[in-house]
Design a protein around this ligand. Structure first.
Ligand SMILES: [Zn+2]
Length: 580
């Protein structure tokens, strides 16, 4: 017993020794606003613009490639923004960079009646290359309604690195990783700070991403310690690259030199009933409805199955781990390497080559393929629309769904029943909604369905300006037609992968009406019946999900078979294709 206690206290000691301590917000006003303890009248501008349509239109007009370019030019002057680099120099190193970012927030505030509150989040971490004290930089834009104290965060990491994680002297301009995200967040602060939102928005630049997501972890822990309610977090990391390397991170790109400036990826954890996926769908829907009709170059937002690219991570993860809703936006073509074992490949990220661009045709000026300013602006539009609507929209409702057996479903709102309109999101085999159905002036409606079988439903409230809340939890229902018996699915069933077709990762689902204690596994085979892999699953009542990573450039038809106690139960077909 004593030995066990000793081991336990050693583990506790180790955890404390590794974690972020002495976390302090340097701006007391910013802290009080994030906690909801303030008078919103003190932060209203002389002219209040709070209509969502006006906000989106004016923001889109204001987002500027020249402004993003100018920010990246400055970021490239610090030589390195390594988290443990020089903090004394006025021109180079992380100290100069973070003071500049703070001043940039302060400058934006000065142009907006001092409404934006710049701050540092200072914390100690003793495993970041022998430097103990670190500072995230952030700015708080107070919301107009403190009845709902939850805040919305848009973040990016500002730190950079070379191959050696603790090389603080090497030239590490970090323009794509992650000057692009930093420039995007600063551009958002610039174009969003003149408008009024119901909820508080935080523009956050993290440190220490490259040393284990330390800065984001510090902010998530701080929010928990201070009981700050976070509605959603949108992380931007590697958001400017449009040029494909020899290889790249999944879903990867077609081949060296290929350019893609029209697609962008949203990564989030989970499949069925994941608050993170629901937020990803919300961001996509807001872009589609509020911004897309007015943009000259439309973007396609791909909602990815996994939480991040294979084997890699980002600053959305600490927030998710601490119980907050958090997703990541990343460029489609990443000029980085998924396969670090490939010795012939030269990775641009985490090297001295992560530069702003080259002038291939003087005197034309810089080619910005590595980080395309227009592409960053298009991603900024996606961010501003999603963040603004999350900061404006109404309260999230809840629902009940039944299938009466005549090819329809009856959806009933069970919580937040005060709104005049609701929208129902429906999906079957995709990470995205197949359709979004609206009804008004009632709390229950009958929806005619175009297909029977398993469907997933969720619901959002709609306010008088037509703005959705975040979508509710998801409910799974077996929709039955006139010839079939109504009711929930009986027994154990294997569903097709979601999405299907998939690029290289898919979520395989096993539905069960009971807990299974016997040994169960999924066997993946190719067309000839050859086993690719075997995945053990623990089957419990309800929805059981497995994220299956099929791999890069391995398109074709494959089969997934569920075995319980050695007995073959069901097989589904899975199609993998190079989406682009
Ligand atoms: Zn990064």
């Amino acid at each position: 017993m004593k030995k066990l206690l000793l081991v336990l206290s050693w583990i506790v000691f180790q955890y404390q020794a590794w974690s972020q301590t002495n976390i302090i917000c340097t701006n007391a006003d910013a802290e009080q606003v994030m906690k909801g303890n303030y008078n919103p009248l003190n932060y209203l501008p002389p002219v209040v613009i709070n209509h969502p349509d006006s906000i989106v239109q004016l923001m889109m007009q204001a987002i500027s490639p020249d402004s993003v370019h100018a920010t990246l030019e400055v970021l490239s002057t610090f030589a390195t923004r390594h988290s443990a680099s020089d903090t004394v120099s006025l021109t180079t190193g992380i100290g100069a960079a973070r003071r500049w970012a703070f001043q940039r927030f302060a400058g934006i505030s000065a142009q907006n009646n001092n409404r934006l509150l710049p701050s540092y989040l200072q914390f100690d971490h003793n495993l970041m290359c022998n430097v103990v004290q670190h500072r995230n930089i952030f700015a708080v834009l107070p919301g107009a309604d403190t009845a709902d104290k939850s805040i919305v965060i848009v973040e990016a990491h500002i730190d950079s690195r070379c191959k050696d994680d603790c090389d603080t002297a090497c030239f590490a301009p970090g323009i794509e990783d992650n000057g692009s995200g930093t420039a995007l967040v600063l551009e958002m602060a610039r174009v969003m700070s003149s408008f009024v939102y119901n909820r508080t928005i935080v523009f956050l630049l993290n440190i220490g991403e490259e040393q284990g997501l330390c800065g984001a972890e510090a902010f998530a822990v701080y929010a928990q310690q201070q009981s700050i309610a976070i509605r959603a977090v949108l992380n931007n990391d590697v958001v400017g690259g449009i040029l494909c390397g020899h290889t790249s991170s999944p879903p990867s790109c077609p081949g060296y030199g290929a350019v893609d400036s029209l697609n962008v990826r949203l990564f989030s954890l989970g499949g069925f009933n994941s608050v993170h996926k629901q937020f990803a769908r919300f961001v996509k829907l807001q872009y589609k409805e509020e911004a897309l009709p007015f943009v000259s170059v439309p973007m396609n937002i791909m909602i990815m199955s996994p939480e991040d690219r294979t084997g890699r991570g980002g600053d959305h993860q600490p927030f998710r781990v601490h119980g907050f809703t958090a997703i990541r936006l990343t460029a489609a073509n990443e000029n980085g390497n998924a396969n670090t074992a490939d010795t012939s490949y030269h990775d641009r990220q985490h090297t001295s080559d992560d530069i702003l661009g080259v002038d291939t045709a003087p005197p034309a000026g810089l080619d910005s393929f590595f980080t395309d300013f227009n592409y960053i602006c298009r991603n900024t539009v996606i961010n501003t629309t999603g963040i603004a609507m999350a900061a404006i929209g109404p309260m999230k409702p809840d629902l009940a769904v039944v299938s009466p057996g005549d090819g329809t479903v009856i959806v009933t709102i069970t919580q937040q029943t005060q709104y005049l309109q609701y929208r129902v999101g429906m999906r079957t085999t995709s990470n995205d909604w197949d359709s979004v159905y609206a009804f008004s002036n009632k709390l229950s409606d009958t929806i005619p369905m175009t297909s029977t079988g398993l469907h997933i439903f969720s619901v959002a409230s709609v306010d008088s300006n037509g703005i959705e809340s975040l979508f509710s939890r998801e409910v799974l229902l077996n929709v039955t037609g006139t010839s079939e018996p109504a009711g929930m699915l009986k027994g154990i069933h294997l569903a097709p992968g979601m999405p299907n077709p998939a690029d290289e990762q898919t979520i395989i689902t096993v539905y069960s009406d009971r807990n299974i204690s016997r040994q169960s596994y999924l066997q993946i085979t190719d067309l000839s019946g050859k086993e690719i892999t075997k995945i053990h699953v623990k089957i419990e009542t309800g929805v059981n999900e497995v994220l299956y990573n099929h791999g890069f450039h391995a398109s074709g038809i494959f089969y997934c078979t569920l075995f319980i106690d050695g007995k073959r139960l069901e097989t589904v077909k899975m199609i993998f294709t190079d989406i682009r």
